[in-house]
Design a protein around this ligand. Structure first.
Ligand SMILES: Cc1ncc(COP(=O)(O)O)c(C=O)c1O
Length: 391
């Protein structure tokens, strides 16, 4: 058969599958009256004062390119925000970069950090973006199962993975609080992981986009608190300030690393939207505690879901962050997560994401998003109950 132009495109891209979430959506899109708890974005609107700051920016014609790393006031605001919230000290002059959402922060970090063949540890189940991006960089993802260690990577497991690869590990990608599991690391767990990371000179690419949404006794801790030199911190405003559509993220790292990521960022996107940066400045200054109200509401929803699902026989590991519950399908039910979710959608008109979408280690689980109003969650649990109990 004749080679088409498409066949000659980047072989890594050609081999990357589109997300299983889309496949699942296709199989269930014709179900009437479906209730969806699938979305990974806040159901709240962006706070009014943030919207007003952006409107003012437009009216004042702040509509031109900004500095490539972001406008200086915003970088200062981010530095102050990160210091107040997480005790991190980064110099706004050369250690912070504004990106197009956390997603660009992840992509630019991965593309800058990795050479072809580099091995990268990815604890799994994991957010869907990392493995394709690592492949795009022609590096090699090494997935490490966390499903039998409470959905956290233990220092022992990390040491074992490093040893199995003859010490040849370049980087690790961590996401906490986690999408899809909702689990986050406690301070001492992070500190212990940091020791291993430092010992083996590993670069830690840490996606902390859900840092403002934690529900345990302790607030979020960043890996940079324990291994600053080794860490690239990625954060942003999508989840904390219900700003998914504005596309604002941040990267924080040592100046020599930021200098290089900045080149990737420059040739990918030039800079983040000027108007969004005005909104972001308002968010990290006047809106420093905007997440607190939303967090209270998420916590109520989490408590409700946790109780209901546990009573129905779902096992759930420590769901103390983000807005997801990752629940093990009870024994006696369909164990294939895709089949379970398709059946649940067809019979009970309830849509949740199959765990397999987050790596093979997520098989046997479902991800439920509680970025949805309480009444919706109550109705969802009625539907789940009648499905599980066979009513
Ligand atoms: C773990 C994780 N990282 C990054 C992102 C993307 O964030 P942003 O919208 O800021 O690009 C998401 C969005 O769902 C996420 O769950």
């Amino acid at each position: 058969m004749e080679q088409t132009l498409r066949d000659g495109l980047n072989d890594q891209i050609l081999s990357i599958e589109v997300s299983l979430i889309r496949k699942f959506d296709e199989q269930t899109s014709d179900v009437p009256d479906i209730l969806k708890l699938t979305l990974g974005e806040p159901d709240f609107n962006t706070p009014e004062h943030i919207k007003q700051a952006a409107i003012k920016g437009i009216e004042e014609n702040f509509t031109h390119y900004t500095a490539n790393a972001g406008m200086p006031d915003l970088l200062k605001g981010v530095a102050a925000f990160m210091k107040t919230k997480y005790h991190l000290n980064y110099n706004p002059a050369d250690e912070i970069l504004t990106t197009v959402g956390a997603e660009e922060g992840v992509a630019a970090s991965i593309l800058t950090a990795l050479n072809p063949g580099d091995k990268v540890i990815v604890p799994s189940p994991i957010y869907t973006a990392y493995v394709p991006l690592i492949r795009l960089a022609r590096a090699v993802p090494i997935t490490v199962d966390t499903s039998d260690t409470g959905m956290v990577l233990t220092p022992e497991r990390l040491e074992k993975a490093i040893e199995e690869n003859g010490g040849d590990i370049k980087a690790i990608v961590l996401n906490y609080p986690s999408n899809p599991t909702g689990v986050t690391y406690l301070k001492e767990e992070l500190a212990a992981l940091a020791e291993v990371i430092k010992k083996h000179h590993i670069l830690a690419i840490c996606d902390e986009i859900y840092s403002e949404l934690t529900y345990g006794d302790e607030p979020h801790h960043s890996m940079a608190e324990f291994a600053k030199e080794n860490t690239i911190v990625i954060n942003g405003l999508s989840k904390s300030h219900a700003m998914t559509g504005w596309r604002v993220g941040f990267i924080l790292a040592s100046a020599d690393i930021i200098k290089e990521i900045r080149k990737t960022h420059m040739y990918l996107v030039s800079s983040t939207s000027s108007i969004s940066q005005k909104a972001a400045l308002e968010a990290v200054t006047a809106g420093i505690d905007d997440a607190l109200e939303m967090r209270k509401e998420y916590q109520k929803r989490r408590d409700f879901l946790y109780e209901k699902l546990s009573a129905l026989g779902f096992e759930i590991a420590r769901p103390n962050g983000a807005f997801y519950i990752f629940a093990k399908i009870p024994a006696g039910q369909i164990q294939d997560s895709m089949q379970f979710c398709v059946d649940l959608a067809k019979k009970a008109h309830l849509s949740v994401i199959p765990g397999i979408a987050f790596g093979k280690e997520g098989e046997g689980y479902i991800r439920i998003s509680y970025a949805a109003a309480m009444e919706k969650l109550e109705e969802a649990m009625r539907r789940m109950e009648s499905y599980i109990l066979g009513k």
